[in-house]
Design a protein around this ligand. Sequence first.
Ligand SMILES: Cc1cc2nc3c(=O)[nH]c(=O)nc-3n(C[C@H](O)[C@H](O)[C@H](O)COP(=O)(O)OP(=O)(O)OC[C@H]3O[C@@H](n4cnc5c(N)ncnc54)[C@H](O)[C@@H]3O)c2cc1C
Length: 678
Amino acid sequence: MPVPQPILDALTDVAMPRLPAEPAAGEFLDIGGFRLPVHRADALVIGSGAAGLRAAVELKRRGVEAMIATQSAWGGTSACSGSDKQTLHTANTADHGDDFRSLAAAISAGGAMDAGAAYVEAVGSPRALATLQFLGLPLPLDRYGGALRYQTDHDEVGRATSCGPRTSRLMVQALAREALRLDIPIFNHTAAVRLLIGDGRAQGALAINPRRRTHDNPLGFVVFLSRALVLAAGGPGELYRDSVYPRGCFGALGLALEAGVEAVNLTESQFGIGTAREGFPWNLSGTYAQAMPYVFSRDAEGREFNFLADYYRTTQELASNTFRKGYQWPFHAARMLDFQSSLFDLAVIRERQAGRRVFLNFLRNPEPVESPFSLDALDADVRRYIDRAGALLATPIERLTKMNPLSIELYKRYKRDITHEPLEFAVNNQHMNGGLAVGIWGQTSLDGCYAVGEAAGTHGVTRPGGAALNAGQVFATRAAEHIAARPESAAPDAGLVEPSLAAVLATLNAESRIDAATLREEVQARMSDHAGVFCASDAVASALAQARALNQKIGRDGVAFKGATGALRALQWRHMALASEAVLTALDAYIARGGGSRGARAVLDIRGENAPEARALSLAAYRFRRERLRDRAEQLMVRSDGDGFAIRTRPLRSLDAEDKPSFERDWPKYLTGAIYSD
Ligand SMILES: Cc1cc2nc3c(=O)[nH]c(=O)nc-3n(C[C@H](O)[C@H](O)[C@H](O)COP(=O)(O)OP(=O)(O)OC[C@H]3O[C@@H](n4cnc5c(N)ncnc54)[C@H](O)[C@@H]3O)c2cc1C
């Protein structure tokens, strides 16, 4: 049934509410010639993506006064990124049947994830979803009220649902409306630059809002004091040059590491095909791949190459694996073997390394390897899917229009008409599965400090597509419950501001030869070139040495800046340099102790057990180590030791399968708040 244009428009152009004026500061601190405005509340939430807004709304509904400080109210990945149909992963209510333990097992199947965290996400998912529906999220239903679902990455039964390409932006819209209805103050253009810590607990943050600069506060500092702190600043998207994150995603990793907060699974990130952020950053998963466009590269002279034909053995294999990029979207080392779908990613990476640009052409079917493309010559699962979708149509653009017209609309909004011209793409960094280590209530290693959304390292090595958005909603709710149940602590100490301000000012040095631009170039190039999909022991070790040297240099010389915006950028890049060293420390330790390829990383090793093969060329240089199963049973923890980063491993926490909840036994634990003690 054709979907009328206004319906497509409403799901594509998602307007955000207008923010009211920020509350005026209730007090000021005069320190070293600066006059700093101060805001106080029970809880400070840093970030206004889907996770931060959820935390703030859940806090306020429990009577906890919350305030949000955010670098960009409608910035970040939730508001600004997506894919063909952005995915939410939840318990299945129909069809395949479900139980929370099997859902938890699926969520943590890649290893390095606590059983408790997986169970929390599983059991919390229907509530997260229902609340969003209650707030107006237009999730598609059948006539009986069942959510419509499909299969996505690392999802064996089809637990994914979606409101289309803008799902997470629609989540932000629904939650933002609720936050404004609840009068939660949102301080926009206000980025936290240092956590305030005293008596071993989080007591707020020092932030910069360049627009609030005054003659006696020229860098626009703002102080937030609170008894609890929720880090919801998203992922460190700026770490990589080749990235599908929107621009300006710095996250809270460097900020929190600097404060001594422990991180986990920093080796684990997702990489996959997408359009670059220089244009319109978007994942090319789902139907973009399932439509089976012609994939080609172009050299500087304008010559075109059907390069996948050098990799796959038959046209059927080439087309079927192009299709599978739809629900096997993230790169996975093992899927390079046996001519599977990650051989596609490897081929794209190599084309780009050879200086050729790579495109999807939706107007042409895949070009032949040995015989012409035919819808009758596809692998059985592929043919079945296309048939069920009613998309056994002549061209990719017809198949895409049939399966997902919104995906075409979306690019049109950004002046890319894929019904007329090919779409350039690359393999990009997309998500950090690791992050700040949290317990089952979202609490970090720092008392009073919680991390939710992509800031938190709740995922294991792999995660089902859509589990990121679900985890953000579930853990934001959990953190709010835990904060509401915390015993009242002493009022935050404004005396913490002075040393924090001094530390920040010590990093800013107008005379330094290091500035934000050089930091950016160096950090991003190092991460993309040596800590991307392919990692080799020597290269990672020397990248780590360079990252360490850079941070030591910053420690000595500071970072140059000009004006308030420049100061903010300098501090954010300082944090990215720290985050980069922490990731490389983890990666280096993992490889040095014999860790193998897993998740989205292939550990290259000439003595490795596996090597991908291609039809017409040698891939011997891509021989890689197999995953070591015992690594699944532990997590790699990273923490600043003042001088650099220290690593430790921690065995996974398991759940007793026999210990099923019992109403009579467990109700008192709920009534007395004993459940929060864990
Ligand atoms: C292209 C793409 C497609 C994706 N598709 C899916 C999908 O289909 N399903 C899925 O589950 N996940 C998907 N993800 C991942 C998912 O979008 C993110 O994990 C999720 O949106 C993160 O939400 P968040 O609230 O934690 O962070 P964000 O939405 O990134 O919000 C972070 C907020 O923090 C603010 N901020 C940052 N630093 C500071 C600071 N220092 N001080 C104050 N504020 C700060 C930002 O301005 C922003 O408001 C995708 C990601 C990308 C890039």
